[in-house]
Design a protein around this ligand. Sequence first.
Ligand SMILES: [Zn+2]
Length: 198
Amino acid sequence: MSISKKYVPALGADYSGKMKSRYAEKVKPSGKIYTKADRRDNRVTDNMTEESQQEINKGISFQGRCLCGSVRFEIKGELRPVINCHCGQCLHTHGHYAAYTAVEKKYMKFVDDNGLKWFRSSNEARRGFCQECGASLFFEHLGGSTISIAAGMLDFSEGLKTVEHIFFDDKPDYYEIDDDLPKHSQYHKKVLEGDPLE
Ligand SMILES: [Zn+2]
């Protein structure tokens, strides 16, 4: 082997190493030192004052992130049930139909938005993606009070259910949907504005 040949790990290997350290960071045996980030991310529940514990319990907490972690967010509040959108814009954004939950913007905060970039996808809306890893995370109506979040970005989504399909008339032929959920040809206004479903 030539001595000039340096070991260059494949991109995937490098990436999984990074992910490993990301997860390793979270593993903290009890009684160890917690970082500021731990507290911010609500990973610490012991050794807290009762007051701050109550603060956390007030709302349901969710955390989410893009593939590389350059966009990370947390939600303290209830998420709207998931709606699958089969419109052409979602297909071209996600590569397949989209599964969006939604939340009032005031209940969501970014832990890291270094990778976040917005694309103005129409006169009325924009879509948020990570410029590092390409993940498509968000949809929002300009001036709206809610943000739609691609459900797969959530780290834990216990209790979250898919309730219906919209823009079903636009569905391409290459896949079938055989569930019993309502299938709307277009959408009803409430859906895209993120209002709670009736
Ligand atoms: Zn990313």
